[in-house]
Design a protein around this ligand. Structure first.
Ligand SMILES: NC(=O)c1ccc[n+]([C@@H]2O[C@H](COP(=O)([O-])OP(=O)(O)OC[C@H]3O[C@@H](n4cnc5c(N)ncnc54)[C@H](OP(=O)(O)O)[C@@H]3O)[C@@H](O)[C@H]2O)c1
Length: 240
């Protein structure tokens, strides 16, 4: 899983959503370094983007924006999508607002549905040519558990997991291999944080999660990886 340049990625095209920073940016950089062409979608652009990364303005909560993005991916012959864009929200239910509910659900759930729906025709067309495609979704370790203060975020991630598992069933008809990546605490910009805080030194790094994503994308076409769960070693063990 730690090979930074898997040869299986050279010349391929992968779409990565939420690629302007954090986990998505780390995935994009790993893929580009391995010789893939990356369609990096986000609302904002990153500075100092290496060759091989094509930045595209994308709002996953906007149907037209997602369809334009998928159209570009289709024109490039993308063989995989990393559905990673996501936002957090943590507060007691008593303080939850309708606006915050919509922001979380529109990005994490509707965004995943729109991206999956927009890419299915491309996957079907590839399947008709005997090719498999990959859909890798970064959900969370909380896609199957919850905690006080986590209602909106964990509900969105439970629902995202259900959508991804449904896609895995339906995707069998079009050669689609679906993987859920479930990271624990990761030191990124997530929820308004700034990476590098000393109190998060023991958390996963964005590149740890990116290595898992790239491992899945580089797997041979006869291998389906349904789910990967990653935690920092210091995080308490909680199942599932
Ligand atoms: N950090 C953690 O502890 C952790 C743990 C488990 C799972 N995750 C999941 O990992 C994924 C990536 O999060 P991260 O930790 O890397 O956070 P991050 O550093 O805040 O990055 C989030 C990315 O999502 C993009 N994004 C947000 N809303 C978007 C939208 N409407 N359309 C397109 N892109 C959008 C952001 O770009 P723009 O703002 O430029 O659009 C950014 O590139 C999320 O799904 C998150 O739920 C994170």
């Amino acid at each position: 899983m730690n090979d930074p340049h898997p040869p299986a990625l050279r010349g391929r095209c992968i779409a990565v959503t939420g690629a302007s920073r954090g986990i998505g940016q780390a995935v994009a950089r790993r893929l580009a370094a391995a010789g893939a062409h990356v369609l990096a979608g986000a609302r904002n652009r990153s500075a100092d983007v290496p060759g091989g990364i094509e930045q595209v303005t994308l709002d996953v909560a906007d149907e037209a924006s997602v369809n334009t993005y998928a159209g570009r991916a289709s024109a490039l012959g993308a063989d995989g999508v990393v559905c990673n864009a996501g936002v957090g929200s943590f507060a007691p239910i008593e303080q939850a607002t309708v606006d915050e509910y919509r922001r979380i659900m529109d990005t994490n759930l509707l965004g995943t549905m729109l991206v999956a729906r927009a890419f299915i025709p491309l996957f079907r067309e590839r399947h008709a040519r005997g090719l498999v495609s990959r859909f890798v979704c970064v959900t969370s370790d909380v896609s199957a558990r919850t905690f006080a203060g986590g209602a909106l975020y964990t509900a969105s991630k439970h629902a995202q997991r259900a959508l991804v598992q449904t896609l895995a069933h339906e995707g069998q008809a079009c050669g689609l291999l679906v993987t859920e990546i479930r990271p624990g605490m990761t030191d990124t910009h997530f929820n308004g944080r700034t990476p590098g805080d000393p109190d998060r030194a023991a958390h996963l790094q964005a590149d740890d999660v990116a290595a898992a994503v790239v491992h899945v994308l580089a797997a041979p076409p006869h291998v389906r990886i349904d789910e990967l769960v990653l935690h920092p070693a210091v995080q308490p063990v909680v199942y599932p």
